[in-house]
Design a protein around this ligand. Structure first.
Ligand code: MCA
Ligand code: AMP
Length: 519
């Protein structure tokens, strides 16, 4: 594919429908109120914020770090950052001050936008690290960002950017416990958005129900770009509630969610064939979709969920087909428990430990390349080198196989990672905080099956000699330092951790021991 070398916003803007006064976003506000935004509103309001950002005269490549609640104005801020040619750095609202401190320290953003309530501590951290400005943005249009932007004009020409220029940095935790910033370019994001528009058959009249958070790849890029680059309306929900999504389905055609969202919707009797009748496509990703969920969804709604696979470093890599994939003999079957085919333009190979490709159907390490693959980790050239092979393939850290027909199945991970409700939890990070708590000698955190979150963390703690820490108190202490979703759901004390002859903790034994904990 030849990519236009331009600001991603320009490509999205070019897809807006001719009638700019039609609805672009139908939102529910924080108090349940209905809010309507036209395409013209998106264009003008993001222009004001872009003009504000540009008035700061920041150097090229400046980062705009954002930790705010989901709102349409937060979406406008993202679009404005693209327009101004800056680098968007979204941060999960669950992150606590120690986590935010690390990101700000590492990324050195020129601009930080936080909620009005967090201004005190966030601005202290940001200004200490040399930030130029700290703005606030509430989910009810409050805060200094919009107050300041209101003084600027509502026309703005997007700053020229090439496909290689950075558009966003997404932090993804490392196996050593320290997060790495994946640098994504305008070209990465645009190429992926264009491929998905075609591969998922986006068409006129499509309407997306947006119920995901907007600080990770799934909600921010896959969902938002998907709708905007097709000129499609979004039904914008401030948070996921099963009934609110089900109520929106009769007015929509596309829904995207992590598996937990599907599990929770299945638990609501209001999910029926009739409720889903108007829908065209249900897409799942970010974590493995259990085959039971896939089948229950088929039985209940008559729809076959399309599962796809991706990463922060690569955006989307593989997908089950929406319709016949001519590259694979015209196959159009969405196969449960698989993540489908490598997307057009994406190279995918499965290799053994020595890096040699394995035969079809054999398990190995998944490596990828393509225009969607990121530009490296922010200020970590060493890490970047480690994650690429000499011949330029990115090591995903996922273990899987590709059958003769081309379907990819993920069967595990070589990275020590728990995916809980679609959020990544790196045991190394949790263990390092846990090990510093009073009375703890060492610890191990493992993921075990969980009916709601897919996987949930369990901590096994070895007390210091003579100490007897209370497991629940340890979890409470963890909660003060780490985002809530990273905190293990249970904690057990043990006299020692099982180790192999090399001294490495045998996490597989711990997982086996606790695998029925949440059954
Ligand atoms: C919330 N809690 C969790 C999780 N979410 N615990 C474990 N795993 C979770 N995912 C905990 C909170 O800390 C809190 O604990 C309690 O549950 C209630 O919190 P609340 O915020 O009310 O939870 P919720 O609203 O029910 O949220 C569940 C959720 C949410 C809707 C499933 O986790 C979610 O939106 N997940 C989607 C994540 C996502 O977008 N992932 C995409 C990543 P306590 O009560 O103890 O304080 S992008 C990606 O992975 C790649 C690139 C890809 O392929 O897409
Ligand atoms: P993140 O670091 O948040 O970008 O998460 C990326 C990881 O999520 C991948 O490396 C996979 O391990 C996992 N992942 C994403 N989609 C799927 C899927 N459909 N099935 C299994 N794992 C997935």
């Amino acid at each position: 594919m030849t990519l236009p070398s331009l600001n991603l916003y320009s490509a999205l803007r070019a897809a807006f429908p001719a009638d700019l006064d039609s609805t672009a976003v139908e939102a529910t506000g924080p108090h349940g109120e209905s809010l309507n935004y036209t395409w013209r509103d998106l264009e003008r309001a993001s222009a004001r914020i872009a003009n504000l950002l540009q008035s700061l005269a920041l150097p090229k490549g400046s980062r705009v770090a954002v930790q705010v609640e989901k709102s349409v104005e937060a979406l406008l801020l993202y679009l404005a950052t693209l327009r101004a040619g800056h680098v968007f750095l979204p941060l999960n609202t669950a992150y606590k001050s120690a986590e935010i401190e690390y990101f700000i320290d590492n990324a050195e953003p020129a601009v930080v936008v936080c909620t009005p309530g967090n201004f005190g501590w966030v601005s202290r951290i940001a200004f200490a690290r040399g930030a130029h400005s700290v703005f606030t943005l509430g989910d009810d249009r409050s805060g200094s960002l919009l107050e300041r932007a209101a003084h600027f004009g509502d026309e703005h020409e997007p700053v020229a950017r090439t496909a290689q220029d950075l558009a966003a940095i997404l932090y993804t935790s490392g196996t050593t416990g320290r997060s790495k910033g994946a640098m994504l370019t305008h070209g990465n994001l645009l190429s992926n958005a264009l491929v998905l528009k075609d591969y998922w058959g986006w068409r006129e009249g499509d309407v997306l129900v947006h119920a995901l958070p907007i600080f990770h790849v799934h909600g921010l890029f896959v969902a938002i770009h998907g709708a905007l680059i097709n000129g499609s309306k979004m039904i914008w929900l401030p948070r996921f509630e099963p009934r609110a999504v089900i109520d929106a389905l009769p007015r929509a055609t596309v829904f995207m969610g992590v598996p937990t969202l599907y599990v929770r919707m299945l638990a609501d009797p209001a999910l029926t064939r009739e409720a889903a009748r108007h829908m065209r496509l249900f897409i799942s990703g970010s974590a493995p979709l259990l085959i039971e969920t896939f089948r229950q969804w088929q039985e209940r709604t008559g729809h076959t969920i399309l599962e796809r696979y991706g990463m922060s470093e690569t955006i989307m890599l593989t997908s089950n087909p929406w319709t016949a994939d001519e590259r694979h003999g015209g196959q159009d079957e969405r196969r449960g428990a698989t993540v489908g085919f490598a997307l057009p333009g994406v190279g995918l190979r499965v290799v053994d430990d020595g890096g040699t490709p394995v035969a079809a159907g054999e398990a190995g390490h998944i490596q990828v390349r393509g225009p969607n693959v990121f530009a490296g980790y922010w200020r970590m050239p060493e890490k970047t080198r480690e994650e690429f092979t000499a011949d330029g393939w990115f090591r995903t850290g996922d273990v899987g196989l590709q059958d003769e027909r081309g379907y990819v199945t993920i069967i595990g991970r070589s990275k020590d990672l728990i995916i809980s409700g679609g959020y990544n939890v790196y045991p190394a990070e949790v263990e390092s905080v846990l090990n510093e708590l009073p009375g703890v000698a060492e610890s191990a955190v493992v993921g075990v099956p969980h009916p709601d979150f897919g996987e949930a963390g369990v901590a096994i703690v070895v007390p210091r000699p003579g100490a007897a820490p209370d497991p629940d108190a340890l979890l409470l202490q963890l909660k003060q330092q780490l985002a809530g979703y990273k905190v293990p759901k249970r904690c057990f004390l043990a006299a020692e951790l099982p180790r192999n002859t090399m001294g490495k903790v045998q996490k597989n034994l711990l997982r086996e021991q606790h695998q029925d904990l949440f059954a």
